[in-house]
Design a protein around this ligand. Structure first.
Ligand SMILES: C[S@@+](CC[C@H](N)C(=O)[O-])C[C@H]1O[C@@H](n2cnc3c(N)ncnc32)[C@H](O)[C@@H]1O
Length: 273
């Protein structure tokens, strides 16, 4: 059993692993992910004590990202897929056609833990740097289509840093997508309040300084003339997985309340130079 001593944002990779793996272990689970289950059992950690009972939100998120990336690879075989803040995501093992070069970018402690379970090879690279450090740009061909995914990451940055990173991406690479998930302003405020977001009696989440309400997401297309399209892709909980997901689905789609819900965003860009 592997002991882990992660703190702050890197520790949150165990929260998402917990939710994905417990979902994958259910008979009626929406995600299939043997690799996640294996890693989950290899780490000595009180997942439920810290994060509470497993729930399907992170599996829904992963499956939505999988679907977008799968389409991208089909359209652009041989493209680059960059996962910022990948933690212990086992995404590539959920693919039958992963005809791309995959690059995981995460902080040194996170990559060190990832490499206990997931090894690099010539098509799967690890970059042990902050997503905000543009050094990872050097690993990637500039003229091939690129899909940059950031699951559970941008909320831990501030808006200025997110914007500047996206602008540098769309200025540097020729064409592709940047996809990430967002939290609404009220939730961000809760995490930065004096009490913080106390997920359980043992665990308070790190601060999440960047919140954006969904009615402001279309403003992102004004950040750069290289941005062609910005899509808001809402979480869709499967009906058969309980009342909470159904309530979420219903309210997230109403015009008044919908803006207060988390969502996923996909930016398409092309740099005509
Ligand atoms: C909530 S976890 C998400 C992990 C993974 N994407 C998933 O969905 O399971 C946040 C991840 O962001 C990483 N992270 C935090 N700050 C980062 C930074 N500045 N650059 C790159 N990764 C970072 C953490 O190490 C952790 O792996």
């Amino acid at each position: 059993m592997q002991e882990v001593k992660l703190k702050n944002v890197p520790q949150t990779m165990l929260w998402t692993l917990h939710n994905r793996a417990t979902e994958a272990m259910r008979k009626d689970g929406i995600i299939k992910d043997e690799r996640a289950i294996e890693i989950y059992h290899s780490i000595k950690y009180d997942y439920e004590g810290d994060f509470g009972k497993g729930e399907p939100s992170h599996a829904v998120r992963s499956l939505t990202f999988d679907k977008e990336i799968r389409n991208f690879i089909q359209n652009f075989p041989g493209c680059s897929i960059v996962n910022l803040g990948e933690g212990l995501e086992t995404q590539r093992f959920r693919f039958s056609n992963e005809n791309a070069t995959w690059i995981s970018v995460d902080l040194p402690d996170a990559i060190e833990l990832r490499e206990q379970f997931i090894q690099t090879d010539e098509r799967h690279l690890h970059a042990s740097v902050s997503a905000l450090d543009r050094k990872w740009f050097e690993l990637i061909p500039k003229d091939k289509p690129i899909f940059i995914s950031a699951q559970g990451l941008f909320m831990y940055f501030n808006e200025r840093d997110v914007k500047s990173l996206i602008l540098d991406i769309v200025d540097t690479f020729k064409t592709g997508c940047v996809m990430f998930d967002t939290i609404p302003v009220w939730l961000s405020k809760k995490t930065i309040s004096a009490k913080g977001w106390r997920k359980t009696k043992n665990y308070t989440t790190p601060k999440m300084p960047w919140g954006i309400n969904r009615n402001r997401i279309n403003e992102i297309d004004q950040w750069s003339h290289h941005i062609l399209e910005v899509n808001d892709i809402p979480y869709e909980f499967p009906k058969e997985r309980g009342i909470q997901g159904n309530i979420f689905n219903m309210f997230a789609r109403t015009p008044i309340l919908g803006k207060y819900f988390p969502t996923m965003v996909k930016i398409k860009f092309e740099n005509k130079r």
